[in-house]
Design a protein around this ligand. Structure first.
Ligand code: ADP
Length: 393
């Protein structure tokens, strides 16, 4: 009989979960999966640690299972799946911890109330993150729950790195650069000491290149700056998000094209990035496989913008010792890594092409002044570790 920790990541239309068993202090993945299409065509799939299907269920087209129905199904699945094992806590991915939460926190009514205050800062994600917490509090009030934030890892950023050059009272009101993907960066920072002492203690830029994409400058494993700002639409072009644009573009769209905030939100979050530029797909695999010139342009722009941000983050660090690629594109797209490393030659990155084809972990030559690495991220494990530590405390 073991203790178990569940990790939940609730989005607008899906609820993802992972279940870990505690073996001493070690966390062993037992299963993972999701309920997707919560309001359109709900489907549940769960796979074991080896990726073998454990359970699946479809509710049918047009059924609205909702977050409540998904939580109920998941609780029932966990009960049967755990058999003799005991669920001792749940860790939640919560996008925004505002200025107050610089680390994970045990949830109670007061904390939940504080987290509700950050809904305006992340209206697309925070309400769903909190609704799964609230639902579990109702159904299993005795079960310890922990919130882990995408923002907290960046609370170590110097004040200047957090500032916009807007009227000062807005900064005080919380309009500042927060940064996201913090759980991914925290995980990478946690494994760096086992990988390379210089990358762990020195100036390292981590490139989290997934559907969402950002980069983070680490100094001795602490975040000093990142490409995402007030929201997760800033910085690099992503699958469907535009990344940094001149705010004048927004004013132009409002004044000259009659677009309102919702129209612009849809454009910058869902119709831009790789999808918008290529007009073909948000999926890097599809773009790499395409002969269409527009697919090539989208990839060119993606790599160009990464190269520029790398220069900017290296400047924020006052130099560069290592770069680390992670997430779907970073871990799997050797062609993108090759092009990013070529654009970073001037900074001292020298790619080892054969190592890059093998996906590393080290993909720079032995003589490269700046080392380059491919390291798989594991945000769920990071959340489970935090939940374990706070529940035991
Ligand atoms: P999310 O941010 O949703 O967690 P992922 O980290 O899974 O996303 O990254 C998804 C991206 O990774 C997609 O653009 C996908 O095309 C890309 N990707 C996954 N595998 C490969 C591969 N073998 N080659 C190129 N791109 C890949």
């Amino acid at each position: 009989m073991s203790d178990a920790i569940a990790v939940l990541n609730a989005g607008s239309s899906s609820l993802k979960f992972s279940l870990f068993l505690l073996r001493g202090r070690e966390l062993e993945l037992e299963s993972r999966g999701q309920v997707e299409g919560l309001y359109t065509n709900p489907r549940f799939t769960a796979k074991d640690a080896a990726g073998q299907l454990k359970e699946e269920k479809s509710w049918g087209q047009g059924v609205e299972l909702g977050h409540a129905g998904a939580i109920d199904h998941l609780v029932a699945f966990l009960r049967t799946s755990l058999q003799g094992d005991r669920l001792v806590g749940v860790g939640h991915r919560v996008v925004h911890g505002g200025l107050d939460f610089s680390g994970p926190v045990r949830i109670d009514g007061q904390v939940l109330h504080a987290l509700e205050q950050f809904v305006p800062l992340a209206p697309l994600h925070q309400p769903h993150n909190l609704s799964s917490i609230r639902l579990l509090l109702e159904r299993l009030p005795q079960l310890p729950q922990v919130a882990c934030f995408d923002t907290s890892f960046h609370r170590s950023n110097p004040e200047l790195a957090q500032m916009f050059a807007l009227p000062a009272k807005l900064h005080e009101a919380g309009v500042r650069r927060y940064g996201f993907h913090g759980l991914s960066y925290e995980y990478i920072a946690s494994v760096l000491p086992e990988v390379d002492a210089r990358a762990a203690s020195g100036r390292t830029v981590v490139l989290h290149l997934g559907n969402g994409a950002s980069m983070c400058a680490l100094q001795g494993g602490r975040s000093m700056a990142s490409t995402m700002g007030f929201t997760a639409v800033d910085g690099l072009p992503m699958g469907t998000r535009c990344g940094a644009i001149d705010p004048g573009v927004i004013l132009f769209l409002m004044d000259q094209r009659g677009m309102n905030a919702r129209d612009i939100e849809t454009m910058v979050y869902k119709q831009s990035g790789l999808l918008g530029v290529s007009g073909i797909s948000s999926d890097m695999r599809a773009l790499l496989a395409s002969d269409e010139p527009r697919a090539g342009t989208a990839i060119d722009l993606y790599v160009y913008r990464i190269g520029r941000e790398l220069g900017s983050l290296a400047a924020a660090l006052g130099g560069l010792d290592a770069i680390v690629f992670t997430a779907g594109i970073g871990e799997n797209a050797g062609a993108i890594r090759e092009r990013v490393c070529a654009a970073a030659q001037w900074l001292g990155v020298e790619l080892d092409a054969a190592a890059n084809t093998r996906s590393g972990p080290r993909i720079s030559t032995a003589g490269s002044r700046v080392s380059a690495w491919v390291l798989p991220t594991n945000e769920e494990l990071m959340i489970a570790r935090h939940a374990r530590d706070l529940i035991a405390a």
